[in-house]
Design a protein around this ligand. Structure first.
Ligand code: TRP
Length: 455
């Protein structure tokens, strides 16, 4: 049997989990959801969700992982051995959800990688307006010959790294990339904010002037989960590679702070640049792809920075896909006694063949194939995974902690090694895990479900 992996120290763990959290979710998804949902109200709703639900669930997941030292499926069984309720089904669902997310996430990763190559070829130098960039985006992403090779490349890179295990593969690759991307984003944000008209981005992002829609509410929580990589066992799995004495509160706060910072920087950069070009606030999943390519050619060394930006974005996406693949792989290795190599390649191949290809073809050949609740397969899989499945699993996780594992042992696991966490009164944990988290999750689940029932 293969030995279980582990991180070399807490720094390696924080790097890997920040690497999992920071990705396309912060840089591509956050800005366009803000645009879709009217700016500052969405930002405010998102922040509330992160604080009230994100942090407690993140802590709960890490504690479950570290205490059980086991994969998602095994963890639920190990911590509540006598329970009649099949909690480990939530683990099973988490494993499937990871395979779903992997399928559409690699499509966007393929677009990003493709854009890096287009930047190298100098395609963007001809672009003058966001409308032209949007057209280019449409024609590129509609072409299977352009998307599929990059997607295959992405799946292969992910499987290769995961097959190499926790320390060598995951830790090392995150260590170098994160700081460079951070500096680059900071530069873009400052640039965007300083351009004439660019500072409007702050008003747009931080001064509410519209109402939150039902869909906006559901998406705020979905994005909080998606962005922090919670609600599907990634943090349970990563937590299980941690030693007992590490400080979970510190780890969670680092994850949340970095992730939120990156989301905000990229929203400031994108909207600052958009407003400086006289654009109106818009959403749509092509937002990043239609703003940045127009902008890069206008700046000094633009081509170099474009290549660097899309290249790094592809690499952070890789840190995220690694964490996604790690969940099913750790299950197959622990419970089914597969080798790491076989587990990684088989899962990646299955996710690509059965789900990844239809997602990749959604903007092009399958664009009219919308019998999934009037959405393309890509949009459907993304909405169901991030707004429904992540919430269901997170709900199961909080109920599991509150009911089956027990608040006392859970609190003990969370506060071990952290005096700050110990200082939070038990009643606050109780309120969060028993009332606030489940109530908000159920509310947003209902909100998400109504999106489908509407005629
Ligand atoms: N958090 C990543 C991002 O923002 C995506 C991601 C990686 C993810 N692992 C996850 C989302 C697990 C949900 C669950 O890009």
């Amino acid at each position: 049997m293969e030995k279980r992996g582990s991180f070399s120290n807490v720094r390696g763990f924080i790097l890997a989990s920040v690497g999992s959290a920071v990705g396309l979710g912060s840089i591509w998804r956050f800005p366009y959801l803000v645009g879709d949902n009217g700016g500052a109200v969405f930002v405010a709703a998102y922040l509330c969700m992160v604080l009230l639900v994100g942090i407690p669930v993140l802590l709960a997941e890490l504690a479950i992982g570290r205490s059980s030292q086991s994969n998602v499926y095994g963890a639920f069984r190990k911590l509540a051995p006598g329970s009649k309720f099949p909690w480990h089904w939530a683990g099973g669902l988490a494993i499937i959800t990871c395979v779903f997310i992997l399928a559409f996430y690699t499509v966007v990763s393929a677009w990003v990688t493709g854009y890096m190559f287009e930047a190298i070829r100098g395609t963007f130098s001809k672009l003058e307006t966001p409308a032209q960039a949007a057209k280019l985006f449409e024609s590129l992403t509609a072409s299977p010959r352009w998307v599929l090779p990059f997607q295959v490349l992405f799946f292969a890179a992910t499987a290769l790294i995961v097959a190499h295990g926790v320390k060598k593969g995951i830790e090392r690759s995150c260590e170098i990339l994160m700081p460079i991307l951070g500096v680059l984003l900071l530069g873009l944000a400052i640039w965007g904010a300083l351009l004439p008209g660019g500072s409007e981005a702050f008003t747009y992002l931080f001064k509410p002037n519209s109402q939150l829609t039902t869909r906006g509410l559901a998406e705020a929580l979905g994005q909080a989960f998606f962005n922090l990589s919670i609600g599907m066992g990634v943090m349970i799995t990563y937590g299980s590679y941690l030693k007992k004495e590490e400080n979970l509160l510190r780890a969670s706060i680092s994850i949340v702070v970095f992730d939120t910072l990156v989301s905000f920087l990229s929203a400031i950069a994108i909207f600052g640049l958009l407003f400086s070009m006289g654009g109106k606030p818009v959403g749509g999943s092509d937002l990043v792809f239609k703003v940045l390519p127009v902008f890069f050619p206008r700046m000094w060394g633009g081509q170099f920075f474009a290549v660097l930006f899309f290249g790094l974005l592809a690499l952070t996406a890789l840190a995220a896909t690694i964490s996604l693949l790690e969940v099913p792989v750790s299950y197959l290795v622990d419970e089914r006694k597969w080798t790491r190599k076989k587990a990684a390649w088989t899962t990646a191949a299955a996710s690509f063949l059965f789900l990844g290809i239809p997602c990749a073809l959604s903007p092009g050949p399958l664009a009219n194939f919308t019998w999934f609740f009037r959405q393309t397969f890509f949009d459907f899989l993304m909405f169901v995974s991030s707004n429904i499945l992540l919430s269901v699993i997170a709900l199961a996780t909080t109920l599991f902690v509150g009911v089956a594992w027990g608040l006392r042992p859970a609190r003990k696991a969370i506060t071990e090694g952290s005096s700050a966490a110990a200082a939070v009164p038990a009643v606050v944990w109780k309120l969060l895990i028993w009332v606030v988290c489940p109530a908000l999750i159920v509310l947003t689940l209902v909100a998400a479900a109504t999106q489908y029932i509407q005629p």
